[in-house]
Design a protein around this ligand. Structure first.
Ligand SMILES: [Fe+2]
Length: 452
């Protein structure tokens, strides 16, 4: 079935297409014709440009949007620091001092729900590399929230693009561009700077976030696969323009800036964009629509065939961040050890599980809402139980991963773990290796010497 069967009904309409140049107006005629900044924009709106790349970025990378809004963004009081010493994405401006680089394989039990906080205060930086002030690297977060954001609050991150992977619960996200409804098995990308407000119509939520401090996500190249396959461009959905009128209430604009939280007051809603056009916008994607490719002869291909979105480094083919999924699929390979092989990787691999059981870890330690990190050159692979099962399996065509969705944030960077990720969350499994791989027994038998 090329789409997920969601328990919650879709609430909104969308514009379809990845990286498309879209335009949307909530009132007919609100978009100026031709000119981006006419002397008098329609209906007394203000024109405001949001740049997601440098003005002079090459045409194929250039991302920007023109907004036509009731008041421009700049009309607010000064930003003041908030929760300066406790905010959980706050690495004291020196991430290298608070981030632990360790060669061990790590695995986490399911992260706790927290019904006492809203979206903004639900963000826990678990691991990362680089520095948002240098626009390098990435951060990996767990979120767990149980409260709507305040009715007059909006949030944005100046640090990077958020790729949100819900594991539990539904996010109803009001953005400057319109509304997005995100359910488990969907993902959502909110680009740097875009303001939004998260409410939780079905109660508590939990999930994962990859924050990309540099560049933007693109679809991976398809090479010999051809012009369709993996995540197809037409299945990405951007919001349609929707606005509210409020120029009298007090609003708080919360901002994550270099990992610190700030807040500024203003007396108008930030969700006042009546029309917009451009190619820099939030979007969502149903992972159930992924067209999974795999071997139909023998061997287990590299997991790069499961890449949904990628953000390349300056070296083509080497990603700062790949978002990779392991969807339900048929395994038909003949004379093949079908799970992933044992390996060591120059890339680091952070994995999570949205639902079900991941087919390379069947001994029970890798659970939905948990995670694992196999850092640069850390050996890993199927646990002993999976290895035994797969080595002896009857190699008939078999469906794996039914009802399951595991994913990976893969990066060419060495990933460090925060204090919260290593200690405060109290979820690190001390016996990951002992349980998974130390039970593996030698099977080597020296061939008998032929008699002369
Ligand atoms: Fe791996």
């Amino acid at each position: 079935m090329p789409s997920s069967q969601f328990a919650q009904k879709e609430r909104y309409r969308y514009l379809n297409g990845f990286g498309s140049y879209h335009e949307s107006e909530a009132i007919e005629g609100a978009l100026p014709v031709g000119a981006n900044s006419p002397q008098k924009p329609p209906y007394g709106l203000y024109a405001e440009k949001l740049s997601g790349t440098a003005f002079t970025a090459p045409r194929h990378e250039n991302q920007q949007t023109w907004m036509y809004r009731i008041l421009p963004t700049c009309g607010h009081a000064n930003f003041e620091p908030r929760e300066h010493s406790t905010y959980n994405t706050n690495p004291e401006n020196k991430p290298y001092e608070k981030i632990h680089h360790i060669p061990n394989q790590l695995r986490w039990d399911p992260f706790d729900m927290d019904e006492t906080v809203d979206w903004v205060h639900s963000l826990h930086l678990v691991a990362g590399a680089g520095d948002p002030t240098m626009k390098t690297g990435l951060g990996m977060y767990i979120y767990a929230a149980g409260k709507d954001m305040d009715a007059h609050e909006a949030f944005y991150s100046a640090d990077g693009d958020f790729l949100i992977v819900p594991q539990h619960g539904v996010l109803d996200i009001q953005t400057e561009f319109g509304h997005i409804f995100v359910r488990p098995n969907e993902i959502c990308v909110i680009p740097r700077g875009v303001k939004y407000r998260v409410t939780l119509p079905e109660g508590p939520v939990r999930g994962y976030i990859l924050e990309l401090y540099q560049g933007h996500f693109t679809l991976p190249e398809l090479g010999p696969i051809g012009s369709n396959g993996l995540a197809n461009a037409r299945d990405f959905q951007a919001p349609v323009a929707a606005f509210e009128e409020d120029t009298s209430s007090t609003w708080h604009i919360l901002c994550k800036f270099a990992g610190h939280l700030f807040s500024a007051k203003q007396t108008h809603t930030p969700f006042d964009v009546v029309a917009w056009h451009g190619n820099y916008y939030p979007y969502k994607y149903d992972l159930g629509r992924f067209n999974t490719i795999g071997t139909i002869s023998y061997d287990h291909p590299d997991p790069s065939i499961f890449t949904v979105l990628t953000a390349q480094s300056d070296h083509p083919g080497t990603a700062i961040a790949d978002f990779v999924i392991f969807p339900p699929r048929w395994l038909v390979a003949e004379d093949t050890f079908r799970p992933p092989w044992y390996h060591r990787n120059t890339m680091s691999e952070f994995m999570g599980l949205i639902q079900g059981e991941y087919d390379a870890k069947t001994a029970g330690g890798f659970q939905p809402a948990g995670a694992s990190l196999h850092n640069v050159m850390a050996g890993h692979g199927p646990d002993a139980a999976t290895h035994k099962k797969a080595s002896e399996a009857d190699l008939k065509p078999a469906k794996v991963g039914a009802g399951s969705m595991a994913f990976m944030f893969e990066s060419c960077l060495m990933v460090g773990v925060t204090d919260w990720g290593l200690r405060k969350c109290k979820k690190v499994q001390e016996d990951y290796n002992a349980e998974s791989w130390e039970p593996l027994k030698p099977r080597f038998k020296r061939p008998e010497k032929k008699s002369e």
